[in-house]
Write a new protein. Structure first.
Lengths: 406, 132
């Protein structure tokens, strides 16, 4: 339908019609290699379980994809289980371990800063009869291995600690915690959904590792779980016995091919010093630009974090409001919390870190990606500083007698 | 932006009448204790008509837009007219609200009514005051 001639022209957002995308921690654009692989997979007719030529073609696609994922995990191809995404991989790791531990009351240790996919799976594990201990992080969003060690007990079957936090980007001491878990006879799971493609996963020491394709430039709706040899898991989705009997259902061949192509590209990037320099340069430029707004605090340990993720609180405004204003102005970012039906709970991650509610509610997450340029983050920072200044000028809304004296 | 009506987007990106009058005839403040949204209105009233009105606001984008829309609608009206405003009218001023945003219509209606009452009773919201 043609708009009426009186309709105002929409202002063109900066960076073209799609704006400046700084929300890669939510999802990332599919890379050309993955697009090509998905299209190729769509041409494959056979069921990987079928015993004929068409089935063989699909089976071979899965076999080669499994090898590519194994290189991302740093494991053997036999240890890779394809899933319908990161959340499903987390559920299989946690509930699958608990269901497999039939002979005792299983105890699971996790942390207060996990993604809801892990926390909710631990909730289900509780319903399945497990006991769950939540370990709190410190004020920088870092989980102390010593706190995990104190939570271990004879019945502990699983320790689940995320590799890098999705809100703050803080990288956790997973290898150290894995060692403690193993010494106590427990399995180690790590939700590496944010870390995959940014940190080598082989060094994590974890028996179970969850990844999600769309966070490393693959398609949505497909993921994988590394299940180390000898680990006993009970399947959650049962039926045809696919994926070593751990995940029934005909495999998403096109999605798996796309994820595998994205995984290979990610492995190549990890070894590229230019990529490493670029991600640090983006963070430095973004932070330098944002600091022009004044009165901002970076949330999370800046010494140990993914440089792609920058979580900041601008004093005197709400994060969700800033995100909405920036969305209109063509800058795509995320807030830690959002106002829903008149109530908003600040992020459970920032709250667990002990941040005051106002600072947690002010939090905004910028997450850069492999195609983000220094020019783009500089422009996004300038737009943000202008939006922050305007929003601050609307407050404070409190009556004069109650305003804090400076 | 599909989350919000074009009017809401227009008002939170280009707020009208932002600020605070130096020597207002009436002041009204409302805060939502659950989500922390706050709106303060200051107005000059001459012969019962709102001749100047400003807002200060802290909160979600929809509540900022509500404060801005209110001031634009109230400017030039007899102040007692605001007493007729209900949630549906505030919602219509905003060009509609999603289910998650309807609380801001209540906030807008409450602060408008409070402005009328404070003017009638000669009350100034100098002290913190929180309504549900």
């Amino acid at each position: 339908m043609k708009p009426p001639s009186s309709a105002p022209d929409r202002p063109e957002p900066p960076g073209g019609a799609r704006g400046i995308y700084l929300d890669h921690a939510a999802t990332s654009p599919v890379c050309p290699e993955a697009v090509e692989a998905v299209l190729r997979g769509m041409e494959i007719t056979g069921n990987p379980s079928s015993r004929h030529g068409a089935g063989d073609e699909a089976h071979e696609a899965l076999r080669s994809s499994r090898e590519q994922l194994a290189r991302l995990f740093g494991c053997t191809a036999d240890e890779v289980v394809f899933t319908g995404g990161g959340s499903e991989a987390d559920a299989l790791a946690i509930c699958g371990t608990v269901l497999a531990a039939r002979d005792r009351t299983p105890h699971v240790i996790t942390t207060a800063i996990e993604h809801s996919a892990v926390l909710e799976s631990c909730g289900l594990a509780r319903e399945l009869g497990a006991q769950v201990t939540l370990v709190e992080p410190d004020g920088r969003g870092w989980v102390d291995p010593e706190a995990v060690r104190r939570a271990l007990r004879p019945g502990t079957v699983l320790v689940s600690v995320m590799h890098a936090n999705n809100e703050t980007g803080v990288v956790q001491p997973v290898a150290e915690i894995a060692e403690l878990a193993h010494q106590a006879g427990a399995l180690m799971h790590t939700d590496a959904v944010q870390a995959a493609g940014k940190i080598p996963l082989a060094e994590s020491g974890a028996d179970l590792i969850s990844v999600s394709a769309h966070k490393f430039y693959g398609p949505k709706g497909v993921g994988a779980l590394k299940v180390a040899a000898g680990v006993r898991l009970a399947p959650l989705i049962r039926g045809g016995g696919q994926e070593r009997g751990l995940r029934a259902g005909t495999e998403n061949v096109a999605g798996v091919l796309g994820m595998a192509a994205a995984a290979s590209a990610a492995v190549r990037r990890l070894a590229d010093p230019g990529f490493q320099d670029h991600r640090h340069a983006l963070r430095a430029s973004l932070l330098k630009g944002l600091e022009q707004a004044g009165d901002l605090e970076v949330n999370g340990d800046t010494a140990s974090c993914l440089p792609e993720i920058l979580n900041v609180s601008f004093a005197g405004l709400r994060g969700d409001t800033l995100v909405d204003v920036l969305a209109v102005r063509g800058v795509c970012v995320s807030a830690g919390s959002a106002c829903h039906a008149g109530s908003d709970a600040p992020s459970h991650v920032l709250t667990a870190m002990g941040l005051p509610a106002e600072r947690a509610k002010a939090a905004v997450r910028f997450s850069a990606g492999r195609t983000t340029t220094v020019d783009a983050v500089t422009e996004a920072a300038a737009t943000t500083v202008d939006a922050v200044t305007r929003l601050r000028s609307l407050g404070p809304a409190v009556p004069p007698a109650t305003r804090a004296k400076k | 932006m599909a989350r919000y009506s074009p009017t809401v987007v227009d008002h939170f990106t280009n707020p009208r009448n932002a600020g605070e009058l130096e020597d207002p005839d009436v002041r009204a403040f409302i805060g939502n204790p659950v989500c922390g949204d706050q709106i303060m209105l200051t107005a000059t009233v001459t012969d019962g008509t709102i001749t100047e009105i400003r807002f200060r606001a802290h909160g979600c984008a929809a509540s900022l837009a509500t404060a801005s829309v209110l001031t634009e609608a109230a400017q030039g009206l007899p102040i007692t007219d605001l007493e007729q405003w209900d949630d549906a009218y505030v919602t219509s001023l905003l060009g509609g609200l999603g289910p998650d945003q309807r609380h801001v219509a209540t906030l807008g209606r409450q602060v408008a009514h409070r402005l009328v009452r404070n003017h009638r009773e000669g009350v100034d919201d100098e002290a913190p005051l929180v309504c549900s």
